[in-house]
Design a protein around this ligand. Structure first.
Ligand code: AP5
Length: 189
């Protein structure tokens, strides 16, 4: 099972990938987590960018993800949280899957009201967990999502791969909806 999760900051991509990873027994790959844990010099420059809500360069991300997906634990499938995030990434990723005669099974799109997204991120910001969760950068992250990531929904939608899920409920309820959406999506393919 190869699944991509798309949704604005705070939609619950990380939360749901973690639940689904345990359920399906396949790895949860979060490019945001990978970037935050970089510890070399180029990692420092990238962390400065992402702390302000700006994306890491496509080429860097593509190489980082390719290395991760080449690892043994990804052979049976994977859940991608935060990748692809631009059309350049999506097209390059499709080409690499095609070269291996593979395709994505589902693109799960999590939908949440803007006010609820802000509420979730502001709540998390109170725990000081993430430097990009400040009021100043949250709106920049939403703007960049709309400009650079939302167009992927049309790209994947044209291939019938998008499963839209109302993610305005409890994490447990959203998880049930995702399971139903991917089962339904598989039956229609
Ligand atoms: P990333 O870590 O992917 O951040 P994000 O997309 O901004 O998403 P978040 O982690 O904030 O939200 P989420 O949707 O995962 O929700 P979560 O489950 O955490 O990326 C960080 C940065 O790295 C990017 O801005 C970019 O700069 C860079 N980057 C990453 N990938 C890149 C790429 N491919 N190319 C270029 N740059 C890249 O939940 C959020 C909060 O809400 C949590 O506190 C959670 O407990 C709570 N919550 C979750 N679900 C619910 C629910 N149902 N009800 C109530 N609360 C909930």
């Amino acid at each position: 099972m190869k699944i991509v999760f798309i949704g604005p900051p705070g939609a619950g991509k990380g939360t749901q990938c973690s639940l689904l990873s345990a359920h399906l027994g396949i790895p949860h790959i979060s490019t945001g987590e990978m970037l935050r844990s970089l510890d070399n010099e180029s990692g420092e420059a990238i962390r400065l960018r992402i702390d302000r809500g700006h994306f890491a360069p496509d080429e860097f991300i593509l190489e980082m993800v390719a290395e991760r997906l080449a690892q043994d634990d990804c052979r049976g499938g994977f859940l991608l949280d935060g990748f692809p995030r631009t059309l350049v990434q999506a097209k390059a990723f499709d080409e690499s899957l095609e070269r291996q005669s593979q395709t994505l099974d589902h693109v799960v799109h999590l939908v949440v009201d803007a006010n609820e997204l802000v509420r979730r991120l502001m709540e998390r910001s109170r725990s000081g967990e993430r430097s990009d969760d400040s009021a100043e950068f949250i709106h920049e992250r939403f703007r960049i999502y709309e400009e650079r990531t939302a167009p992927l929904l049309e790209y994947y939608g044209a291939r019938g791969q998008v499963r839209t899920v109302d993610a305005m409920s409890t994490p447990e309820c959203v998880f049930e909806r995702i399971c139903a959406a991917i089962t339904d999506g598989s039956m229609r393919q």
